[in-house]
Design a protein around this ligand. Sequence first.
Ligand SMILES: CC(C)(COP(=O)(O)OP(=O)(O)OC[C@H]1O[C@@H](n2cnc3c(N)ncnc32)[C@H](O)[C@@H]1OP(=O)(O)O)[C@@H](O)C(=O)NCCC(=O)NCCS
Length: 171
Amino acid sequence: MLLRREVPADEPAVESVVARAFATGDGAEPVEVGLLRALRAGPDWLPRLSWVAVDAQDRVVGHAVCSVAHVGSAPVVALGPVAVRPRLQGRGTGTALVHALLGAADVLGAPLVALLGEPAFYGRFGFVAGTSLGVLPPEPSWGPYFQVRTLTAYAPRVRGPFQYAPPFRDL
Ligand SMILES: CC(C)(COP(=O)(O)OP(=O)(O)OC[C@H]1O[C@@H](n2cnc3c(N)ncnc32)[C@H](O)[C@@H]1OP(=O)(O)O)[C@@H](O)C(=O)NCCC(=O)NCCS
């Protein structure tokens, strides 16, 4: 497996991986696919933080993306969706993608990465509950599932209400 930035030719394969990873079994298109399209079409998509995992034949087996978000008025980065082709899950691809995007976001100078996800998965990457650092989710009910990972440029003044890019808010 190799990781690299997404290029335009990857878009259909990325969409397919996301659709399969988030499939609910009822045949309906998962909301994450529409979210991805809306993010991609808007100003908050971060092309330098859209990465694919590919196999030896350069077929996309996983994808992760970050978009612009805010804590108060401070720009930060939101991670997700993260998706791995179902039959290839559990082999380290998702872990590699998250590490890669955290490294890339750090190089780009983002103060923190935020997400809504399973603490059991994301805790291993240094994510902690946002509330423990004063970064507050838009929905208090998100509780421990709203997590942040601080990066080198982090300063404690980056605190307050968190806001995703509009496509997340429209979900
Ligand atoms: C979550 C996901 C991206 C992880 O990718 P992956 O390649 O399977 O992950 P890895 O092989 O690197 O890591 C596997 C570990 O993640 C854990 N894990 C996977 N999904 C998890 C979940 N929903 N909750 C908690 N832990 C989870 C596994 O239990 C395993 O833990 P272990 O290392 O302690 O045994 C992938 O399972 C996926 O696409 N899931 C469906 C979509 C999704 O839920 N995405 C995340 C929300 S944006």
